[in-house]
Design a protein around this ligand. Structure first.
Ligand code: ATR
Length: 264
């Protein structure tokens, strides 16, 4: 039986096993996908286990997406340019690191037929998922990316990776075509960003990377102001589907039943 894992710390919250084991079963594959909490000093041996085929593939989540890179033998373009790996597999006896969050974000936006070309985007936050989002946005040829983060230094670090980012001060929400909440504010239902969104235009698009809870206060505000809203559920499903395809060479179905798996 093949063995797949998602590693992170903490890892209890991860719904990746639900998704992958569902698709594994649907496609009659002899495999099991589990979650594993790791410490920093265990990463090296974990990658060696993949090299030695004790593990057949892995997803990587917070806070290890960058930390795994020194032990990986080959990075795909997306992983290299975002300095972020969420999927690991063995190819020609080489441990390869890829980033399917890029595909996940792009697919979720295309899914609802929102054309990002020449749009002005505002990103809130500068955490682990932001490089993937910026890479996607650039790929979709947006005209401008503004970024604000409570800790400005982190936004400045990101600008070293993507020099087209325009850093703005945390607090004032400028006009844009799309606002993306990539902060962790909202993971608790009562969390509030305490930003004033009332000056933004109506046809804005509020996107929250968080999908649990389904509707953060950020999305609620967007909706109340008459804007389009989307949570991070489809991004999560599409990144998982892309990993699945890399490991099993099968494009898994993304349908209502799959989406329902995450409604808990
Ligand atoms: P990850 O581990 O995914 O990278 P992270 O680095 O903890 O997550 O990122 C969380 C993001 O939410 C950061 O941008 C963080 O801002 P800081 O860089 O200032 O920490 C942001 N964030 C968390 N709590 C916040 C709050 N109360 N107000 C504003 N931003 C917050």
């Amino acid at each position: 039986m093949k063995k797949y894992l998602v590693i992170g710390n903490p890892i209890d919250h991860s719904l990746s096993p639900e998704l992958h084991n569902y698709w594994i079963k649907k496609n009659n594959i002899n495999a099991l996908y589990e979650k594993k909490k790791l410490n920093f000093n265990e990463i090296k041996n974990f990658i060696i286990d993949i090299k030695q085929k004790k593990i057949d593939g892995a997803n990587v989540t917070v806070p290890f997406k960058k930390e795994v890179i020194p032990y990986i033998e080959k990075l795909t373009v997306e992983a290299k340019d975002t300095q972020s790996v969420n999927t690991i597999y063995l190819e020609n006896n080489q441990v390869v690191g890829h980033n399917t969050d890029v595909f996940g974000f792009e697919s979720s936006v295309k899914d609802i037929k929102f054309d990002l070309k020449n749009k002005k985007i505002l990103i809130l936050g500068a955490g682990g998922v932001v490089p993937s989002i910026v890479y996607s946005l650039n790929k979709m040829k947006v005209s401008k990316i503004l970024i604000m983060n409570r800790t400005k230094k982190k936004a400045e670090d990101l600008k070293k990776l993507f020099n087209n980012l325009e850093i703005i001060e945390w607090g004032n929400v400028p006009e844009s075509d799309m606002i993306i909440n990539a902060t962790s504010v909202g993971l608790n239902q009562n969390d509030n960003l305490e930003l004033n969104f009332s000056n933004i235009k109506k046809e804005n698009f509020f996107y929250d990377v968080i999908y649990n809870p389904t509707e953060t206060n950020f999305l609620k505000t967007g909706k109340d102001l008459g804007n389009r809203v989307l949570n991070g559920k489809m991004m999560f499903i599409y990144q998982a589907a892309a990993s699945f395809n890399l490991w099993h060479k099968i494009n898994p179905s993304v349908n209502k039943e799959v989406i329902e798996l995450l409604n808990r």
